[in-house]
Design a protein around this ligand. Structure first.
Ligand code: C2E
Ligand code: CA
Ligand code: CA
Length: 581
């Protein structure tokens, strides 16, 4: 009897455990986000479990209902899904396939598992469906980012270079050429600075759309970064030649781009073209060659396209060499300051002196600042170099203090990059204080390139400098976008009339008319006017007649070393007698 009681207790305990396990399994299935089908081949019954209703809107009652699943799946995915679901028929070891639903853009992953009896016949089967939509979308996005640029929808740089590599191989095989066009939107930085990054992105997107229209099997379009785009054309000729494509883009750009903010922007582009196999032997090299040409175009005046030549490459390489030499020169002190006097037109007295840098390289050769200053600006070397120029010029100026009859003005050339440094004003004031220079004797020459960018911020800085008594002079007037009307809004003291005006003043009637207007305006605004590059007596006489207040040029004196300048300062007037003037 005891024995029987013990067995009943044991059975009850086992039963409870089974019940507990059942409950646990049920709980797992109920809380699972997957849907399950359980098939019992012994009586061909079918049950659905888990989140079935979240996947399918029909019930599954018998094996034949499986077809209803396939009806909801896109054609391409039906066969692999069928293989998985009917695993026992194929006898394959299948681990999960993915299938796309016809509606709702849902991706399902399906896995199946069959248990076989001792007679090797299938006994039971479980099929599981999992929703992998989110995972797949993320994956798609990642794949997209690997190949495409998100903002423009064009190929990204890496993928473009890879495709270009394939294109070059194809060209080798077929004896064809490939042209690469490197495109840069002119003044994009200013647009971005003044309109904001969002508008800048919108502009890039719309411009990208223009380019996208050209895409074909033989034409790849890519956005490298910022406002840099690249096009590769297989076998360019006629309609697909770089010239033709450029003309078509320019045609499009005659219409302004309208931004969602309502602003309308007219764009121009600078383009460099390099052709394979003439310019380079590989994809990266070819792109670099096109970029060098584009860059040169951009510096030269924008809004144009030109082709790669060996000359352009050599020039680029010598610039790179110069950039390196320049960096060395800063450390080895191969620079010196020269000074060119400025005289008053009416009585020939000394008005001031412009500090002009000179560089003698290690071989003793003089390199013109017109050649190396742009390179120093490009490479950022201008910032330390500019700091040296300011200190050295002010130091020299103060060494003349005791020989000056009247306080004269020291004019310093300040490049836009220097001027944009946030601590520019602070540092300048420090040097002035250090050498005890009266700020009224200092004049900063800026060019119109300084005025590009955040206009209000620039005006604030100029006004601040003038608040300390420092004079501001607008250099090279007449070469930039110079419009007379904007002059009256600028906090400046002096207008330096560019040499190109002086060069043609005697012969060109237009120049004479412009000059009259400029002088009239300058007088009204009470600006001093300095004519630059006056080389002859006739030019001098003409500028004097125009009431130009000061003259600087070879006719009066060339730029000279500090000790020679000291002699001019002692004399206090032009070496050429006023009567001769
Ligand atoms: P810039 O500021 O327009 O300087 C005037 C240039 O014209 C100087 O050339 C000067 O030597 C030259 N010049 C003056 N009178 C005559 C003349 O009658 N005939 C001719 N043919 N030329 C004349 P330089 O010294 O070669 O400087 C060239 C440019 O390099 C300067 O043009 C300026 O933009 C830049 N530069 C020179 N020194 C500095 C500097 O210290 N800092 C910066 N940022 N730029 C400088
Ligand atoms: Ca100057
Ligand atoms: Ca000038």
């Amino acid at each position: 009897m005891d024995d029987l009681n013990y067995q009943i207790d044991l059975l009850n305990a086992m039963n409870r455990r089974l019940m507990d396990e059942r409950k646990m399994l049920q709980l797992i299935i109920d809380t699972s986000s997957s849907a399950y089908i359980y098939v019992d081949f012994r009586d061909n019954s079918v049950r659905t479990l888990g989140s079935w209703s979240q996947f399918w809107d029909f019930e599954l009652k018998s094996l034949s209902d499986f077809e209803k699943i396939f009806d909801t799946i896109e054609d391409d995915y039906i066969i692999p899904l069928r293989d998985t679901i009917y695993l026992e028929k194929k006898g394959l070891e299948l681990s999960g396939v993915q299938a796309k639903r016809r509606t709702g853009a849902m991706w399902v992953e399906c896995e199946a598992n069959v248990i076989y009896g001792t007679d090797h016949k299938p006994e039971t089967k479980v099929i599981r469906f999992r929703d992998v939509t989110k995972y797949n979308i993320q994956n798609e996005e990642l794949t997209y980012l690997v190949f495409y640029d998100e903002t423009s929808g064009l190929y990204n740089r890496n993928y473009f270079i890879r495709l270009l590599g394939n294109m070059l191989e194809r060209a080798d095989g077929q004896g064809e050429t490939v042209a690469v066009m490197f495109i840069n939107i002119d003044n994009f930085r200013n647009i971005n600075d003044s309109l904001g990054i969002v508008a800048g992105d919108e502009l890039v997107q719309q411009f990208g759309k223009y380019l996208k229209d050209f895409m074909s099997d033989n034409l790849l379009v890519s956005r490298f970064s910022g406002d840099l785009f690249c096009i590769a054309v297989y076998a360019p000729s006629g309609e697909t030649s770089a010239d033709h494509i450029y003309a078509k883009i320019c045609e499009q750009m005659k219409k302004p781009i309208s931004l969602s903010s309502g602003q309308e922007i007219l764009l121009t582009i600078s383009v460099g073209v390099a052709e394979y196999p003439e310019a380079a032997t590989g994809a990266l090299e070819l792109v670099n060659c096109a970029e060098i040409v584009m860059f040169k175009n951009r510096v030269r005046g924008r809004n144009s396209m030109s082709y790669f030549t060996r000359g352009v490459l050599n020039e680029f390489l010598s610039n790179v060499e110069m950039e390196n030499k320049l960096k060395d020169a800063i450390f080895s002190n191969n620079f010196m300051m020269y000074f060119q006097p400025q005289f008053r037109t009416d009585d020939g007295t000394l008005r001031g002196t412009e500090a002009l840098i000179r560089w003698r390289d290690e071989t003793g050769k003089f390199i013109s600042p017109a050649d190396f200053i742009p390179i120093a600006e490009q490479s950022g070397t201008i910032v330390p170099l500019g700091t040296w120029i300011i200190a050295e010029s002010i130091r020299t100026y103060m060494s003349w203090k005791d020989i000056m009859r009247e306080p004269i003005i020291l004019s310093l050339n300040i490049s836009a990059i220097q001027y944009r440094q946030p601590d520019f004003v602070e540092n300048l004031l420090k040097v002035i204080n250090e050498y005890n220079m009266p700020p009224e004797s200092l004049e900063l020459e800026i060019t119109e390139s300084v005025l590009i960018g955040d206009y209000q911020e620039i005006i604030k800085k100029l006004t601040l400098l003038r608040g300390y008594g420092i004079k501001i002079s607008l250099d090279d007037f007449g070469t930039g976008y110079s419009s007379l009307s904007y002059l009256k809004n600028l906090p400046i003291d002096t207008l330096k009339i560019d040499k190109s005006f002086v060069d043609t003043i005697l012969t060109d009637e237009n120049t004479q008319v412009i000059m009259e207007t400029v002088m009239y305006m300058a007088h009204k605004l009470m600006l001093e006017t300095i004519a630059e590059g006056v080389e002859t007596r006739e030019q001098f006489a003409f500028m004097e007649a125009m009431d130009c207040t000061d003259i600087q040029g070879y006719y009066m004196a060339k730029p000279m070393p500090a000790d020679e300048m000291a002699q001019v300062i002692k004399a206090g007037k032009s070496m050429i007698g006023v009567d001769e003037l």
